[in-house]
Design a protein. Sequence first.
Length: 309
Amino acid sequence: MEQHLVTLQFPGQGSQHVGMGKDLCALSPAAAEVFARADQVLGFPLSRLCFEGPQEVLDDTAYTQPAILTTSVAALRALEERSWRPAFAAGHSLGEFSALVAASVLTFEEALLLVRERGLLMKKAGEHNPGGMAAVIGLEATQVEEMCSPIREATGGYVGVANDNCPGQVVISGDEEALQMGMSAAKAAGARRVVRLAVSIAAHSPLMAEIAAAFRRVLEKVAIRPPQIPFVPNATARALTEPAQIREVLGRQLTSPVHWTSSVQWIIGQGTTCFVEAGPGEVLTGLLRRIDRAVEGLTATQALAHGTA
């Protein structure tokens, strides 16, 4: 394969599916070891849940988050076995923790316990402080934010941009009343589609402040090491190299929007010519095509079939 400057991109929630990681374990002893280690650390058979389901348990955020991280790190280790060496690491929301493992900021075990706690906290938030999210297709993030601002002023509630995923695909997040108004306003503004997401929380919004504070207390107990490759977080859309900066952005990850479009554009501006999606599914590979069609996008399975880079 022709030499590329490669970035590893790691998916977040929504990419989970029954059977994920099974093919990786068949291809790679290192991937199989990651799943075995996850079962040991968590004290329950996460590998069986990933491989066999049931889907409804896999979709429970308390299980989804460690399952996606484990599958993503298994893909990472399989790629490392084939001498894939990334120039950058980035992850979409939850995927940031997989990226931190790739950059050697966190060990796999540390990241696994962190996302298990993150998932439990987010589940609790959905029960005690419910909200919602909706995908807006066909409008740009600036248009959507201009639409949300007067709703916040009129209601005193919150709705705003949670994810800027790619040109023409934005996710909004907020409390029930403001979110419904935001969805109606998006349709009136000419959105092609507005789709309520199957979640009961307002992720990446100020409504997550209480659990973000709890998660920061969990983070305080974990060592944050200098990244061995540049790590590009969603909050800054550019690389951070100082452990204190990384700790700070992780502490506000649950309340900060995901600036995915600008993160990918910044990485491409540094010379990346190939993104490999290390984890279940190919959501981010699809978003990449919408951000810049000139850049190659591969799934981990495709990259492993290519050999080394």
